[in-house]
Design a protein around this ligand. Sequence first.
Ligand SMILES: C[S@@+](CC[C@H](N)C(=O)[O-])C[C@H]1O[C@@H](n2cnc3c(N)ncnc32)[C@H](O)[C@@H]1O
Length: 270
Amino acid sequence: MSTTEFKDKVKRNVANNFDQSFQIYQDFEDKYQFFNRLALKMAESINLQRGSSVLDVGCGNGISAKALHDRFDCSVLGVDLSEQMIAAGQELCRAPAIRLIQGDGEKLTQIVGDQDFDYVLYNASIFIFPDVRATLDESVKCLRPGGKIAFSFYPQILGESNEDLMSVAYERLGEPEPRFRVITDYDKASRALEDRCGDISHHQWARPLDVGFLQDFFSIPAQSASLFPGRGYEERRDRVVQLFAGLEDMKDKGRIVWRIAEGVKTKSVP
Ligand SMILES: C[S@@+](CC[C@H](N)C(=O)[O-])C[C@H]1O[C@@H](n2cnc3c(N)ncnc32)[C@H](O)[C@@H]1O
């Protein structure tokens, strides 16, 4: 399979998975207000300015876009591959300053034209991109000089000595770990950001290990697909519940860490 065919296949699967996920995704959000809080955490970490313009890449069903608009009075253009997520987002985001469009985050300039944004943000989406360099090349072009690109990332589940508790959970379940948890890992995404912005800053949001939260988070069809690839949704969900139930005794010792990276477009970047 050529690289282009591989990338297209990944994107088709991502769009299908999220098309199936939008209701469960929203139910999860109603229970935890999680993606809202993660978007605000990212915004605070990068000192996002009130009233600024944001390109929200992988905007999903508009939770991050609405959070940024409601808290920081931002105007937001959201782009997402999934038709169903965008349709749900258009219901959620009624403010005229928010616009959500179905499209590929690797082809941002085609979508936004020559508009320059103050920020390009990826809230829990960049790790799903098969070609992180392509999307960041596009983001830089959509950013004004001095503007910022930032992403929040897939969770790490860590123990007292920073050991990877996800691996511990698989071992206890008696199943092999998937070869890849994410399509693009944090180091690769960070290096690609550094190549475009020079020095970048890293931030973290650490939360206590909450087994119920992890079971709900990874029960979203699109999230469970990477943990138990090749299995039907019902089976994946059962395995996810068992997987994290194995960490009950780690509750007081572990934490869930959400990483955030931030870069600035310097004047020299074309
Ligand atoms: C975990 S959701 C996050 C949604 C939203 N940012 C939020 O905070 O609720 C990740 C989203 O990234 C989108 N996505 C993944 N790859 C994409 C791509 N190449 N172009 C546009 N969107 C993409 C998915 O369709 C999905 O809706």
